[in-house]
Write a protein that binds this ligand. Structure first.
Ligand SMILES: Nc1ncnc2c1ncn2[C@@H]1O[C@H](COP(=O)(O)OP(=O)(O)OP(=O)(O)O)[C@@H](O)[C@H]1O
Ligand SMILES: [Mg+2]
Length: 1010
């Protein structure tokens, strides 16, 4: 909690004991509102928890939240119902004592929800075993069952508990539970105000019950058919799903060990009540009640219809030794019918609670520590308050008395235990009001009982008279007759007003006598005993009728049960949850200040705060206090070596606490004013920031030293590892090198242990190198690595394999065109290889199909079908003038063409052959047979594609053997009988010119290889 002191401006304070203006109701409400606006519904007054109903689901009840609060110091986390539950549990464990949690508040404030949340917390947080789990499930499941039978929709709450509930949760080796119920509002069975419903179970059965079951019970699936269900005119409510709830209840009943018979009999009773409500009486001529039909009666608990008929229309009066039947008037019969319905339901409810208790019973006979949960109605003030409100408010008065006693006692005990003098606390003691209600012979209940029991015609008004007679002077009692003029204006004649500790409540006496008597005629009880329903037999035991004593009145029963409850609670340590309603419309987020103020008053919260604040606002164990604030004093920071109390003393002296501001107990420091604590907390806040800064510096420094130390350590280790590695590596290297040297020396010898490693290394290294240096083409014969002697043979095999592989690869990659080209190249090689200087450099140059495209020839409109064509330079036979021409080879002849003009045609049969020099020039002479007079003489041609043209010509004209490579000069025929000559030589520059000797001079370039 101390952690949240800093946020107090926004979220208010988490504990009202720290409220400076602790006497101011306005300050109190402001704080509640501030927190409520932030969805903080819980606030403490010391260990008392205030809970404000948010009317919306908050994400604060998860398993994660439960884990968060488990075993944590109460004040360390924000207020929560789980914190309280956990604290109670651990107090019980550590002190081995019994505890109880009193949950109170007005209808709809959230009591039942709070008690369920506590139960769920225990179910999850307490150690588990199979046995425990069973009881735990039963305990959780008892809730929906009891809510079905004991809760109803009212104007204030759609799930209003119409009974008080005290549940003991027994912890030890085994878990168990025990439930006590208080003052079930039975009148609801027969009457509901407008907008309200009967108990949930009736609607659940009719709406959700299975066809077979309903048929068996004689019920129809329509709540409107039952007069006990229609008076409030709201059988359907949007927030309630009766069908689903029916399933939940059926499942819960089976978990808490109800067998099929129990269930059948229990619902038989519920159905009987509904049928009973539908029994209508008519009046005969004398005004006596008659029953026209017995239809509804046959469904009533297996009792003979005629017997029932009589019991509902007659009263049996015992006069001396005989019994006389006295007929009922219609009103009387209705009264008797309703009394029976209420009695059946009320007793069945008690049976149900007992039956649940059997299933929760802890069979272990050893001593058990318990936590009690009391979910009981809070103070009720309506516009008209009746007998029920009187009982409820009396109950609250008693609980307030207990609460003051226990709180004061607890305070006093703590002061005593801590050795601090007790300072008397001013508070309002409500004993005077409790006495007014309950005192023997003199209290209101006694007067009421007397009036109920006395012979003669006692009425509500005679009761009021008696009250005025007896209480006339009491300062907390007033009636119209007793009041002064001013007060009278707010009172009716049939009212009495009590000045409760929480405020004034005016009660209307109408119905007090009847409700207190709760009369059920004896003959009706006798008839009930005839029932075949075993639950009814248990509810109406035979022994009951035997007693001549008058049964206790309702008020007395209630008073006695409250006394017993007080005894139960007094023996336990008390914890409180006070529930507040935030608004009357069940609206989320709305904080109705007037309504909350009213509840704060009625729940006595200011009173509680006053008691808690009378002495000291704040107390903490020395260790806890010192741990939080030690930084505020140089003597206690960073560590206090002595006992904690001395440290705290040093600390508070340093902070300048005045002697009246605090007291030192045995284990705790007590601080009187909240402002002292706030000042300390504020100082701590400032100091915390400085500390944080110092802390960061300190942490950095530490980190630096740590790193330095760590670095040295790591370096040392690293060096060690490296040194060891180096030593091993060297030893290994020495061994290997020695072996290597020996191997080298003996490398040419046969394989021995000395050289085997070396040779293996040599082999491997040669193969590795060879792999990266293989020849890339078939023609490459030079790059094969020279092998070491040991690999000579292997190397040769590998070389051949590799060559074969490359050849295969090459051959596979050859296309048909390429193949044809190669075949031509083979012919070329046959003719020119080793004969002409320019041949080697021509090998790599691929041949093409033709050098002049078909398209350009067509453009010249030549009507030849060339097989091959190539541009050439023709030298005139006389004068050797160069002329560009196209040489065209067809299937039959060779043509010299000048732009579509055939200059010379030589049929292959007339072609004698061709001559060319052995040098690097590109001149050829085609020799023509001149026996044909049309022929012009030999052709002297220069062609850049000499080998290609001659090879194509040799192949198409079949002249392979007629191509001569000549050294020196070549003779040619200018015309028949007239010869010319071409002289070939080698020079710096290639040239062709007419020589002085009348020959054509051809100078070929020098070729290096020559
Ligand atoms: N902590 C809570 N969170 C969310 N909703 C709540 C909480 N407490 C109560 N409510 C809402 O308020 C309704 C009434 O609560 P609950 O039945 O516990 O009131 P009650 O004090 O037991 O009233 P009664 O005296 O009539 O039995 C619940 O049905 C629920 O809708
Ligand atoms: Mg309730």
């Amino acid at each position: 909690m101390e952690g949240a002191l800093i946020a107090r401006d926004r979220v208010g304070i988490q504990d009202f004991v720290l409220l400076d203006a602790h006497n101011s109701e306005t300050a109190f409400l402001d704080n509640l509102k501030k927190r409520f606006t932030e969805d903080l519904i819980y606030t403490y007054i010391g260990t008392l928890l205030i809970s404000v109903n948010p009317y919306k689901e908050l994400d604060i009840y998860t398993k994660k939240q439960m884990d968060l609060y488990m075993g944590v110091n109460f004040f360390e986390l924000p207020p929560h119902i789980y914190a309280l539950a956990d604290n109670v549990y651990h107090t019980m464990l550590s002190e081995a004592n019994n505890n109880f949690i009193l949950i109170s508040g007005e209808s709809g404030a959230g009591k039942t929800e709070a008690s369920k949340k506590i139960l769920q917390y225990y179910a999850v947080s307490c150690p588990s075993s199979t046995l425990l789990d069973t009881v735990r499930d039963r305990m959780l499941m008892s809730n929906p069952v009891l809510e079905a039978f004991g809760n109803a929709k009212t104007m204030k709450n759609d799930n209003s508990s119409r009974f008080g509930k005290y549940m003991d949760i027994q912890f030890d080796y085994a878990v168990g539970g025990h439930i006590l119920s208080y003052l079930l509002e039975k009148s609801r069975v027969v009457h509901q105000n407008h907008g309200e419903r009967n108990f949930h179970i009736f609607y659940q059965l009719v709406e959700g019950g299975e066809e077979d079951l309903l048929r068996h019970l004689g019920l129809e699936k329509d709540t409107k058919r039952y007069s006990y269900l229609v008076q409030g005119e709201c059988s359907n409510v949007s927030s309630i799903n009766d069908k689903n709830d029916w399933k939940t209840v059926k499942n819960a009943l089976s978990v808490i060990d109800f067998d099929a018979n129990d269930i059948e009999h229990l619902f038989g009773i519920i159905a009987s009540v509904l049928h009973l409500g539908n029994v209508h009486f008519d009046g005969d001529t004398k005004g006596y009640a008659t029953l026209n039909t017995n239809a509804a009666l046959r469904w009533l608990l297996g009792i003979h219809v005629q017997v029932l008929h009589e019991a509902l229309t007659f009263r049996k009066i015992e006069a001396k030794s005989e019994e006389v039947l006295s007929p009922f008037t219609v009103d009387h019969a209705i009264y008797a019918r309703d009394a029976l319905a209420k009695a059946i339901y009320g007793r069945a409810f008690t049976w149900l609670v007992n039956r649940i208790n059997e299933s929760l019973e802890n069979k272990d006979s050893g001593r058990k520590t318990v936590i009690g949960l009391l979910d009981i109605y809070g103070f009720e003030v309506f516009s008209v308050n009746s007998f029920e409100q009187f009982c409820i408010n009396y109950c609250n008065e008693k609980l307030q008395q207990l609460f003051i006693q226990l709180t004061l006692k607890a305070e006093q005990e703590e002061y005593e235990a801590e050795g601090i003098g007790w300072e008397p606390v001013q508070f309002f003691n409500n004993k005077i009001i409790c006495d007014l209600v309950e005192e023997k012979h003199r209290g209101i209940i006694s007067v009421l009982d007397e009036e109920c029991m006395r012979p003669g015609d006692a009425t509500d008004l005679t009761f009021l008279d008696k009250l005025e007679e007896k209480m006339g002077n009491h300062p907390h009692f007033v009636t119209y007759k007793l009041a002064d003029k001013k007060t009278r204006k707010s009172l009716e004649r049939g009212d009495f007003r009590l000045l409760h500790y929480a405020g004034e409540v005016t009660y209307c006496v109408v119905g007090f006598i009847d409700k207190n008597n709760d009369l059920l005629y004896k003959n009706i009880k006798d008839v009930m005993r005839l029932s075949k329903n075993p639950i009814i037999q248990q509810c109406f035991p035979a022994t009951e009728g035997d007693s001549r004593r008058r049964p206790e009145t309702v008020a007395t029963q209630f008073k006695n049960s409250l006394l017993r409850l007080t005894e139960i609670l007094t023996a336990k340590e008390a914890w409180y949850v006070r529930c507040l309603k935030s608004n009357d419309n069940k609206q989320p987020g709305k904080f109705d200040e007037v309504l909350v103020r009213h509840q704060v008053k009625y729940l006595g919260l200011m009173e509680h705060l006053r008691v808690r604040r009378a002495g000291f606002a704040y107390r903490r164990r020395y260790e806890v206090f010192l741990k939080r604030y030690k930084a505020l004093c140089p003597a206690t920071w960073p560590h206090w070596k002595g006992v904690p109390s001395d440290g705290v003393e040093k600390l508070v002296q340093h902070l300048g606490y005045q002697p009246d501001e605090y007291k030192m107990g045995k284990t705790k420091i007590f601080i009187r004013y909240a402002r002292t604590l706030f000042a300390t907390e504020d100082a701590f806040e400032i100091c915390k920031h400085e500390l944080a800064y110092i802390y960061v510096l300190f942490a950095l420094l530490l980190f630096f030293f740590f790193c330095q130390h760590l670095a040295t350590k790591i370096e040392t280790c690293w060096r060690g590892v490296q040194a060891r590695k180096e030593r091993d590596r060297r030893a290994w290297a020495v061994k290997i090198i020695k072996q290597f040297i020996k191997g080298y020396i003996t490398r040419r010898e046969a394989k021995t242990t000395d050289n085997s490693e070396y040779l293996a290394f040599v082999r491997q290294s040669y193969l590795n190198r060879l792999k990266d240096n293989l020849p890339k083409t078939v023609l490459d014969k030079t790059t094969w690595l020279t092998p070491p002697p040991v690999m000579t043979e292997t190397s040769e095999i590998l070389r051949q394999l590799h060559t074969r592989m490359m050849v295969r690869k090459y051959v596979r990659g050859i296309t048909p065109q390429k193949k044809a080209q190669l075949q031509q190249k083979v012919v070329t090689s046959g003719i020119f290889k080793g004969k002409k200087d320019s041949y080697p450099s021509s090998i790599a140059v691929p041949f093409v199909d033709t050098r002049i495209s078909q398209y350009s020839l067509q453009k010249q409109q030549l009507i030849l079908h060339p097989f091959y064509s190539v541009p050439v330079v023709k030298y005139d036979r006389n004068g050797f003038k160069p002329r560009p021409r196209q040489l065209i080879l067809t299937q039959a002849a060779v043509y010299l063409v000048e732009e579509a003009k055939i200059k010379q045609r030589v049929d292959y049969v007339s072609l004698k052959g061709a001559s060319l020099s052995n040098l690097g020039d590109s001149v050829m002479i085609l020799h023509v047979a001149l026996n044909d007079p049309k022929q012009k003489g030999d052709m002297i041609l220069q062609c850049d594609h000499l080998f290609e043209a001659l090879t194509k010509l040799a192949m198409i004209a079949n002249k392979q053997n007629n191509i001569k490579v000549v050294q020196g000069s070549i003779k040619f025929e200018i015309q028949a009988g007239k010869e010319g000559g071409v002289d070939f030589s080698v020079g710096q520059e290639p040239m062709i010119y007419k020589g002085k000797n009348g020959h054509l001079m051809v100078v070929a370039p020098r070729i290096k290889s020559r």
